[in-house]
Design a protein around this ligand. Structure first.
Ligand code: CO
Length: 216
């Protein structure tokens, strides 16, 4: 059997299972979504957000890219973030990296990966900000693990520094920003950072919202 067909068959079986448990399952899902969480994670196939967090359909708004980066010129991510914060009034944003991340690992090397160089460049920047700490770690695997963690922390800061989140913090005292790392060996999530709405961000990134402008 062509491998993709098993997905369509599995979908049929899944629908039947849902309907067996609840006859109006899909009608119930349809009208609107009210997720409480926004997940910003790696595209890695082993880090499937709903599965590892036990969340159901409708509970989590999801954005994924290589190495869970939050880049201020990425209109895809910014659109997701704006919609999640301003329309869905998300309460918690989770930036989730994972140990063994290929994107982070490649950024630690001198490999020329074409277009990917430009994406992974942002992780090289994270390395540069924390070079003193990272270069002091002799063991390469330990250094790799630490860069995964530092990358998550930096991406949390990037989320907090958007005008979208700054405005929401001022007006709604939400969302909280969480930095987590998933361990492929154990399946466990580790909390490594949390930013509350009263968190001080670096002053140079702070915007004034005294006027009723709606710019981003
Ligand atoms: Co990854």
């Amino acid at each position: 059997m062509e491998t993709y067909k098993k997905l369509l068959l599995a979908n049929r079986a899944w629908v039947e299972e849902k309907l067996t448990i609840k006859k109006d399952f899909f009608e119930h899902q349809y009208p609107s979504q009210h997720p409480e969480f926004l997940w910003i994670g790696c595209a890695d196939s082993r880090v499937a957000p709903n599965e590892i967090t036990g969340t159901e359909l409708g509970e989590m708004f999801v954005h994924r890219n290589i190495a869970n980066l939050v880049i201020h010129t990425d209109f895809n991510l910014l659109s997701v973030l704006q919609y999640a914060v301003e329309a869905l009034h998300i309460k918690h944003i989770i930036v989730c990296g994972h140990y063994g991340c290929g994107g982070v690992h490649n950024a630690m090397t001198h490999k020329n990966l074409g277009l990917l160089n430009k994406w992974l460049r942002y992780i090289k920047d994270v390395y540069r900000y924390h070079a003193a700490e990272l270069d002091a770690i002799g063991d390469e695997n330990a250094r790799f693990d630490r860069l995964v963690e530092l990358n998550v922390i930096e991406q949390c800061r990037n989320v907090a520094e958007t005008s979208i989140v700054q405005k929401a913090w001022k007006r709604e005292h939400f969302p909280y920003i969480h930095g987590w790392v998933y361990d492929l060996h154990t399946g466990l999530l580790k909390e490594i950072a949390m930013m509350r709405p009263d968190e001080d961000i670096n002053d140079i990134y702070r915007f004034d919202f005294d006027n009723s402008e709606e710019e981003h």
